[in-house]
Design a protein around this ligand. Structure first.
Ligand code: SF4
Length: 434
């Protein structure tokens, strides 16, 4: 029996090799996962042309996954350097890479990625269209926007951000709302500008059926973009954000009817006390389709530390329903991230994802913490480095300040609680002045 997409296969009861791999990784029975994919609550982004893919599932009953944004730009055009960043990100645990290339031969880089990188590959075709056509925005035709989507699908991209939720209705509500920080989504701002300049409906909304046919043909997962995501705490949960979310809910239903897999993109900037409600509203409106959040950044006032503001929000968001976290680096709002910024962003995101997995009771999550705390109690430093999320950093920190007594650290030295209580419980003498 043949199938078009992973969703189509699941609805027909076919266990694909990708689903089998994901079920093993998540410690689930394939049948249990199959039911979630069939309902749209889990997606397995796996373009038929991305042959070196190591598939992952995305859904809030699975381990929380993270995405890293990379790609060539005017200031960083060296493909090999960018590819090295990609591979380092995968080594550090990123399950997904979004190629946001905006300069040079973007197609060559994209094809290199889908030929060599095992992570899930995502793109934002709007960005690429601007580079590819290299002409005034209003001169890009509706069909040309769609053609870029087809090109990315052919190139093996597993998921694409398509800004189809900002139609003329949402745009008029946005203009009436007079938001504090307007539109902060790059793709959203481009398509909004195109709509204003041409007076036409958003082609991604108007020709949505053609996009669905492309996604069905290659099994591209649609990531429904949030052009109106709040760019400040002031705009969180406002009318344009919710208006667009309602449209995304309708578009989710239409995609599911064609067996296209869907994830929904979300905020943005949001105060901590609004995150739970926001996750629940999305799950209700989009019928449990996986939620992919950028942050949310829980305060606007910490440029240089936005990997932390985003990790706080990401942990809470994932605990209450988000499935996929887009990393944020310390360079957010300031400049293009360096490799060091990328690493900081990945670690912050991985911590947020794991903290949420522990809180949600995801299989195996808490066992990791149990083993680490056991190694800590036993003062087994090698085991601690092996288990650490960033073992290299943990080892470097310890080696920078070695203790007088091998079995402690320089934090408390002879007053090491772990060492002394272990000794007392073993009936040994403890002299903290020794
Ligand atoms: S010295 Fe203090 S911080 Fe270091 S291992 Fe012992 S109890 Fe922990």
């Amino acid at each position: 029996m043949t199938h078009t997409t992973q969703r189509d296969a699941a609805r027909r009861g076919i266990i694909t090799k990708e689903l089998k791999t994901v079920a093993e990784y998540e410690q689930m029975q394939p049948e249990e996962l199959l039911a979630l994919v069939a309902k749209g609550q889990v997606v397995i982004p796996a373009n038929k042309n991305h042959t070196c893919l190591k598939p992952y599932g995305i859904g809030n009953q699975l381990k929380t996954k993270i995405n890293v944004n990379l790609g060539t730009s005017k200031d960083c055009l060296d493909m090999e350097v960018e590819l090295a960043k990609v591979m380092e990100s995968v080594r550090m645990g990123a399950e997904s890479i979004m190629d946001l290339s905006s300069f040079g031969d973007t197609r060559a880089f994209r094809r290199k990625l889908t030929a060599e990188c095992p992570a899930i590959i995502g793109t934002v075709p709007i960005y690429d269209a601007v580079v590819y056509y290299n002409k005034a925005l209003q001169e890009i035709t509706a069909q040309e926007w769609i053609d870029i989507v087809r090109m990315h699908a052919e190139d093996g991209v597993d998921f694409m951000t398509i800004h189809c939720g900002i139609n003329q209705m949402t745009a008029s509500r946005f203009k009436a709302a007079k938001r504090h920080t307007n539109i902060v989504s790059r793709g959203g701002s481009i398509i909004f500008a195109w709509m204003e300049l041409t007076g036409n409906e958003n082609p991604f909304y108007e020709q949505y059926d053609e996009i669905l046919e492309i996604c069905q043909q290659y099994d591209v997962t649609l990531s429904l973009g949030d052009a109106c995501r709040p760019g400040s705490l002031e705009d969180a949960g406002d009318i344009p954000q919710i208006e667009e979310l309602v449209t995304l809910g309708e578009l989710t239903k239409r995609a599911w009817e064609k067996n296209v897999q869907v994830i929904i993109e979300g905020p943005g900037h949001m105060p901590l006390n609004q995150i739970q409600a926001n996750m629940e509203i999305q799950q209700t409106i989009c019928k449990g389709a996986p939620f992919y959040v950028l942050g949310p950044l829980v305060t606007d006032v910490a440029p240089g530390y936005d990997h932390i503001t985003a990790a706080i929000g990401g942990a809470v968001a994932a605990m209450y329903g988000a499935s996929f976290l887009c990393y944020v680096t310390p360079a957010e709002h300031l400049r293009l991230p360096t490799l060091e910024d990328v690493k900081e962003g990945i670690m912050a995101s991985k911590i947020a994802a794991h903290a949420a997995d522990v809180a949600k009771g995801i299989k195996g999550a808490k066992d990791w913490d149990y083993k680490m705390s056991e190694a800590r109690r036993e003062l087994d430093w090698e085991k601690q480095f092996e288990l650490a999320m960033d073992g290299e950093k943990a080892r470097r920190y310890r080696e920078e300040s070695l203790p007088e007594k091998e079995d402690t650290c320089t934090m408390c030295g002879k007053m090491c609680a772990m060492r002394n209580v272990n000794k007392i419980l073993r009936g040994e003498y403890v002299d903290i002045m020794d």
